[in-house]
Design a protein around this ligand. Sequence first.
Ligand SMILES: Nc1ncnc2c1ncn2[C@@H]1O[C@H](COP(=O)(O)OP(=O)(O)OP(=O)(O)O)[C@@H](O)[C@H]1O
Length: 475
Amino acid sequence: MRFDNSYARLPERFYARQHPTPVAVPGLVAVNAALAAEMGLDPAELSRPEWVEVFAGNRIPKGADPLAQAYAGHQFGGWVPQLGDGRAILLGEILGPDGRRWDIQLKGAGRTPFSRMGDGRAWLGPVLREYLASEAMAALGVPTTRALAAVTTGEPVWREEGRLPGAVLCRVASSHIRVGTFQYFAARGDTEALRLLTDMAIARHHPGAEGALGLLQAAVAAQARLVAQWMALGFIHGVMNTDNAHVGGLTIDYGPCAFMDVFHPDRVFSSIDSYGRYAWSNQPQIAVWNMAQLASCLLPLIDPDETRAVALATEAVHAFAGIYQAEWLARFGAKIGLAAARAEDEDLIGGLLDLMAAEEADFTRAFRGLAEGTARDEFVAGAAFDAWAGGWQARLAQEPGGMEGAEARMAAANPAVIPRNHRVQEAITAAVAGDFAPFHRLHAALADPFGAPPDSPFRTAPLADQVVRRTFCGT
Ligand SMILES: Nc1ncnc2c1ncn2[C@@H]1O[C@H](COP(=O)(O)OP(=O)(O)OP(=O)(O)O)[C@@H](O)[C@H]1O
């Protein structure tokens, strides 16, 4: 790895220099060969003992400059002036063969000055969950942080469940700059730091954006498109706090997330979100709220005249709705086979979603079934689906390429395989018992979400008692 650590060159108030805490017995779980190749790294080399030591935090590679990033954030509406990487350590950044910059971060690598009461560690379950979910997202074409490697530590981690095996995830991403990073400096009135952060965020995520207003507009657009993609996959992020809102529009933090099984737009509760604040249907408005927080941080850089700055920032945040709506329509239009969905198609799409919610349809199978002729089976009352399908067929008849074209569009927009919670859970349970084969099989299936053969076991819906009505947490 050839490091070029732009974040470590920022002034020291951006981070705390911190080495990982070595672990007892590093053990390789996985190196992501496809991602390694994308990054210009040799997966065989990364699987050697020296690199397993690096991923465990026992060895610092040449050129790394390890640090924990400072940030703040609104968590469930409450302001926390100081968060920061409490268990993640940024080793540094490398440049890929295509010029892309990658943060190399170890999540679960030990305590940092931002750990508060935490142990700085992660256990194997959430490490595998994040590995699988983030890689599934990438394969689904959704911007996300990635998983380069996972290792076990040979040390126990204590959680509510008791003694659990410790692990470290090597997470890579085009950056880890969050809305909360801006909030950290805005709360301290540190305009100079905001300026440096703005320049870095533009360079790393939105080249071409001009100044703070340009950054805000680009971040809003990226966030709007991201959330529309989540919605179209039945994905619930579960913890849309501002420290998990990425300025480049990546999905970040796979703690209490879930891909829904049965479609429940409003009734999703996680163990840390008992009021359903971050339910599927609330996600767009929460994203707007998060973008408004970014806007408020950037005000002093947008215009010296505060009234003017507020007007410009407000307009930029309000642009979310139009961008989101257009993306939503294109995504859901494609899901029902439309080449170019029109505003009036919203009723047709909304009709299907209402029916899916009322009839307890499995989100993924119902949509995939539209292309494969099996959608009707996902509805308790098939006749209700037939009534909707009449209008749908009539609309498809107006599309170029007829039903064949529509089927191809639907097959490309509706995955057959998503990381269903019961499958992830199975993989974790086996891994804890020392068998990593189910994890690797699931990872392989998730790498090709649209191409799974009809008899793939990963397409099946869970049994009733395994259905995700709740999102999951277990950090
Ligand atoms: N076991 C732990 N020890 C120390 N700090 C922790 C621990 N778990 C979480 N934190 C910190 O608490 C904050 C919120 O935790 P959360 O679970 O949302 O984040 P995370 O999953 O650790 O990190 P990220 O957002 O980078 O994916 C973060 O600042 C995180 O670093």
